[in-house]
Design a protein around this ligand. Structure first.
Ligand code: NI
Length: 166
């Protein structure tokens, strides 16, 4: 299981709407495993979307356990936000934009639907960091990044030191 190279902004793949997955092929299964490994190997990283590792398909992995006790590892295929409520502003970062963080307004409580890694219909209702992380990763598969959601690029985006790895 190789570690995957992270695609950085402004690579065009990060701005493209990803293709839905219709068949959980061995290649998709291998990609899921490699994305999980890559996520866990990257400090402070609680989610990863396939376009961030060079694959324009609708696949995300998240695990917010390091920040909040929630559902642990989640693999979602073709995920979509069904509804959200209770807006909240939180500082976000992204492996694909490692030198910046931003204050982003998102729903604190969401329902997301998709497929699990076996291809079965799956839905999750959750709150807090996990809800925010799901929205961040779903944005990636729709070609959006957190800088698209800040109120102001001059007052709500902040420079920071690079991640230690990746
Ligand atoms: Ni990101």
């Amino acid at each position: 299981m190789p570690m995957l190279a992270i695609t950085h902004y402004p690579d065009a793949i990060l701005r493209r709407k990803s293709a839905p997955i219709h068949h959980i092929s061995p290649a998709i299964n291998a990609l899921v495993d490699d994305m999980i490994k890559t996520m866990y190997a990257s400090p402070k990283t609680i989610g990863l979307a396939a376009p961030q590792v060079g694959h324009s398909v609708q696949l995300i992995v998240i695990d917010v356990s390091a920040r909040e006790k929630k559902h642990g590892l989640l693999v979602l295929i073709n995920p979509a936000l069904v509804w959200g409520k209770d807006e909240k502003i939180l500082r976000e970062g992204c492996l694909s934009l490692p030198d910046y963080t931003g204050n982003v307004t998102r729903y604190n409580h969401v329902l997301v639907r998709g497929l699990d890694r076996g291809g079965a219909p799956f839905q999750i209702e959750t709150e807090g960091i996990e809800a925010i992380c799901l929205q961040h990763e779903i944005d990636h598969i729709n070609g959006m990044m957190f800088i698209d959601r800040v109120s102001s690029l001059t007052t709500d985006v902040f420079r920071r030191k690079r991640y230690g790895k990746v």
